[in-house]
Write a protein that binds this ligand. Structure first.
Ligand SMILES: [Zn+2]
Length: 388
């Protein structure tokens, strides 16, 4: 049976002694609890001179609770000019300190709190008191990690996420930057560079709710996206500055409906599946037979088609056969070898192959119904049916 007096033989400070019984008493700090223990031990041992070790000689905490101002100035050095309102603290401790604490706590009934937990909480309170920033475990702007032994800190800055919708007016621009080729415009680079100039930061990523081909324009109500800015300096600013910067640059991208969002919006917009309406200019080998084409469109209207992964994307996507519904197909106009049709199709339909047939991989296709080869010459997304 251990007695409290046995605590006197360990080289620990009042706070670390108090922490051994953190779960026993409520309403006291570990330091207060330690002072009470010290008093009890003086009485029990009849030794008025007994004191726990000074913090700097304590073999559990090594005096780190007296170094908050040092740690905070390290944090402030790293966060110079960074705008944030919430933070969380984590810490790295040498395993010898933790092992000694565990050994003592177990010897006295395992009613303790870990030094790491107390440090994170108390240093967090200290930062709040000194800076007015809010300690928040859920999705904080800043994550602070303190190496208590070597006295250095690491801070990570949460990305900034801005939701919006874009229209694209060019037929020569990809949605995201090419991996091996950094030059050349993309929707990502146009929006991202503007966001980086305003928010500061290290890099940017565009998360789109699907994507259109390089040569397809995105018109109508626009496509949803989230632009992520890595390690931003600014987290709050007037978003109309961003939309005006992009829209006035006349690079063929227009953005609107912007708002600040959380990371979870990225997942949400990526999971959305909406039908889309397309305007297609199609082309035949010879002059289009208007009546025949009208009949072919009517036959496709409301039909399910089977699409095997198109040859042009087969290297990137697994080879599957998908069923997709063609919700609407209407002939708008015919002129010589060309015709304009409007198609509304389920999410994930390959429109170019719906028209061409992709050498039989899409069945039926407009070409198969028409009885002669047709190809897409120009394609625009004119509406994404989000039900708004
Ligand atoms: Zn201590």
């Amino acid at each position: 049976m251990v007695s409290l007096s046995d605590l006197a033989s360990y080289p620990i400070c009042r706070r670390c002694a108090g922490r051994i019984f953190a779960m026993v008493g409520t309403g006291l700090t570990n330091l207060e609890r330690g002072s009470m223990l010290e008093f009890s031990i003086k009485c029990e041992k009849n030794d008025p001179e007994f004191n726990f070790a000074d913090p700097q000689n304590c073999e559990i905490c090594h005096g780190i609770f007296d170094k908050f101002s040092v740690f905070l100035s390290l944090v402030e050095d790293k966060l110079k000019e960074i705008e944030y309102s919430t933070f969380v603290v984590g810490s790295v401790f040498p395993k010898e300190w933790i092992e000694l604490e565990n050994k003592i706590q177990e010897a006295f009934g395992a009613h303790g709190e870990s030094i790491k937990k107390e440090f994170n909480r108390e240093f967090g309170k200290y930062i709040t008191a000194k800076t007015g920033k809010e300690y928040r475990k859920e999705d904080p702007d800043i994550t602070i990690a303190v190496n208590v032994e070597y006295e250095f800190v690491n801070v990570s800055i949460k990305s900034l996420f801005i939701y919006g919708k874009y229209r694209k007016y060019r037929r020569d621009m990809p949605q995201t930057r090419w991996i091996h080729k950094k030059d050349g415009d993309s929707i990502e680079s146009i929006i991202g560079e503007a966001a980086l100039r305003i928010a500061g930061g290290k890099n940017y990523y565009l998360h789109g709710s699907g994507r259109e081909d390089v040569d397809v324009r995105m018109l109508g109500n626009g496509r949803e996206f989230v632009i992520e800015v890595e390690a931003p300096i600014m987290r709050t600013f007037d978003l109309s500055i961003l939309s005006e910067t992009v829209n006035r640059s006349m690079k063929g991208v227009e953005i609107f409906d912007l708002s600040f969002v959380d990371r979870k919006t990225v997942k949400e917009i990526k999971e959305e599946k909406h039908s889309k309406v397309y305007d297609c200019i199609i082309e035949g080998d010879t002059d289009i037979d208007k009546l025949k084409l009208e009949e072919a469109c009517t036959e496709m209207n409301g039909k399910n088609i089977y699409q095997r992964t198109p040859l042009r994307v087969a290297q990137r996507r697994s080879d599957l056969i998908r069923t997709r519904k063609i919700e609407r197909m209407e002939l708008v106009a015919v002129e010589g070898k060309e015709a304009e049709i409007v198609v509304q199709a389920e999410a994930g339909t390959y429109i170019k192959e719906l028209i061409s047939g992709d050498s039989g991989r899409t069945n039926p296709s407009l070409s198969s119904k028409y009885g002669s080869q047709l190809n897409v010459k120009e394609l625009d997304v004119i509406k994404i049916c989000r039900g708004e």
